[in-house]
Design a protein around this ligand. Structure first.
Ligand code: SF4
Length: 81
């Protein structure tokens, strides 16, 4: 599952980096980005935690079968399906 961060929406709150430090990092401006090589690790449970933690719903995941799943889509179901 592909992870994307909407950097226009990100407000540098840092919760994603604290929640999943192996997945997310911050650039020199403090904006979140996915660690290179981890873009397809959206199934990692910590990514879901980061989606919940982000105060501005800037993190999305997508899979090939269902397309982009917006944060409210992920938040709305317990198992994320
Ligand atoms: S938690 Fe959201 S707002 Fe904060 S750094 Fe991560 S993506 Fe940006």
């Amino acid at each position: 599952m592909r992870i994307t961060v909407d950097r226009e929406r990100c407000m540098s709150a840092g919760q994603c980096v604290m929640t999943a430090p192996d997945i997310f990092t911050e650039d020199e401006d403090g904006l979140s980005m996915v660690e290179p090589g981890r873009e397809d690790d959206g199934a990692d449970p910590l990514v879901r935690e980061a989606v919940f933690a982000c105060p501005v719903q800037a993190i999305s995941v997508a899979d090939d079968e269902r397309g982009v799943r917006e944060p409210h889509d992920i938040r709305g179901t317990r198992d994320g399906r």
